[in-house]
Design a protein around this ligand. Structure first.
Ligand SMILES: [Mg+2]
Ligand SMILES: [Zn+2]
Length: 425
């Protein structure tokens, strides 16, 4: 599947950047020599997009002026919509329905990003999605629109940026970029026409679609997508551009990953017991500090864990997702950023009273089988020869050995944590 259209929303007030520039709209402010809008056009045309719709509100003149330069330079077509009253980030989508292709990208004009659209498009098609929200680890879930994703990447719950994150400890934030089907908007048009509130993409389109049982999925990525909309963020993004981080993290390029085990590597799990709720989470602080130091040498951290409790019927996949999300948030307080969790829910043996028969299977993802590491490597273009695994058990070590992955046993750093047996998951 090839996606060739992007709608870029450019109508924001830009107040947060006014201490730097009161007159230039944020997406047109030069960052390392190129405006954020032009940078988006560079990335998107390179990835095969040649048809753009600019949704404009404030300062529309400045965008109209630059659009013919962009069309000429990047050999693309730009359609412009100027709203007569503020419709919010995404409200104008309902006014450009006739110009939309069946599948298109929706892009917040304030983000600096570089992602492989080919991978996103494949994911969108493979997961049979109506909307794919590009998500990533957020260091500030308390004021972000967040999702909880199931192991199959379905969005199973969400938190609006206005909601408290205490009840919903979700670590994946919406990045400001999504891919969706035009028909999603047709399903919402009635509700939209009766509302006068400004429409944000997450709250006004993604979550109502989810409630209408559309297939909303989370494309969790470590590729670079950052809002440059405040002076602090602008400085951070400029630094990242200068050192080449924005393009090097794209999945067009090979990545180095730090794979970590979960139970008894970052979370205490005494023999014969399982972590079955967020209340059971007890972090292994020393291990986490140690792992967080090592993680600085890798592009990102992926947690790979056997969770046979799911097959035993002790835990649902949604409960497991919530536990993992909560662990990710707790670890971030120690400066350890876990980008994603790959979990084996299977168990090979029968005989548990509440077991789920279809998960009782000899799979290729239960460690020491390497299925989950291979899956992550394919999805995230990971070079295993520059990656590493940190675990606490023989299963972890056997996995690493079998596929030539460098291995470190976390027990070597602190004897007091070495409670797991070689048979534990
Ligand atoms: Mg373990
Ligand atoms: Zn499995």
């Amino acid at each position: 599947m090839k996606v060739s259209q992007a709608v870029i929303t450019l109508g924001g007030q830009g107040t947060r950047l006014q201490s730097i520039s009161a007159s230039i709209p944020k997406p047109l402010y030069p960052v390392c020599g190129l405006s954020t809008l032009e940078r988006a056009i560079v990335t998107l045309t390179r990835e095969g997009v040649n048809n753009f719709i600019f949704l404009l509100g404030n300062n529309s003149d400045a965008f109209v002026q630059i659009s013919s330069y962009l069309e000429r330079t990047y050999k693309c077509y730009i359609n412009i919509y100027i709203e007569s009253s503020p419709l919010g980030e995404a409200g104008a989508l309902f006014h450009v329905l006739d110009s939309l292709q069946d599948v298109f990208l929706f892009v917040n004009g304030d983000i600096i990003f570089d992602i492989s659209l080919k991978r996103l498009s494949h994911f969108f098609a493979d997961s049979n999605a109506d909307i794919a929200l590009v998500t990533h680890f957020t260091s500030h879930p308390e004021d972000s629109d967040c999702v909880l994703e199931s192991p199959s990447a379905r969005v199973v719950d969400y938190k609006l940026k206005t909601e408290s994150s205490t009840q919903k400890p979700f670590f994946l934030g919406y990045s400001g970029l999504s891919m969706l089907k035009r028909e999603v908007l047709l399903d919402l048009i009635q509700a939209h026409s009766t509302s006068t509130a400004p429409c944000s993409f997450f709250q006004g389109i993604a979550t109502p679609s989810l409630l209408k049982c559309a297939s909303v999925v989370s494309y969790n990525t470590t590729e670079y997508l950052k809002d440059m909309g405040t002076p602090d963020r602008l400085e951070a993004v400029s630094r990242d551009l200068a050192i080449g981080k924005v393009s090097s993290l794209s999945y067009r390029n090979q990545q180095s990953a730090l794979f970590i085990d979960r139970d008894n590597t970052i979370v205490r799990c005494p023999p014969g017991q399982y972590v079955l709720s967020t209340r059971d989470i007890e972090l292994l602080d020393l291990n986490i500090r140690y792992i967080s130091d090592i993680a600085k040498h890798y592009d990102f951290v992926v947690c790979v864990t056997n969770q046979p409790q799911v097959a035993m019927g002790l835990l649902t996949l949604a409960e497991l997702a919530l536990i993992n999300s909560s662990i990710a948030i707790k670890c971030s307080a120690f400066d350890l950023q876990i980008s994603s969790f790959y979990c084996c829910p299977h168990h090979p043996h029968d005989g548990y009273p509440d077991e789920i028969p279809e998960l009782k299977t000899r799979c290729s993802c239960r460690k020491p089988m390497p299925g989950l590491v291979y899956q992550a490597s394919i999805e995230r273009n990971i070079d295993l020869s520059t990656s590493m695994f940190i675990g606490d058990s023989q299963r972890d070590e056997l996995l690493a050995q079998a596929i030539g992955l460098k291995y470190v046993d976390v027990r070597q750093i602190d004897g007091s944590n070495s409670r797991s047996t070689t048979l534990q998951d």
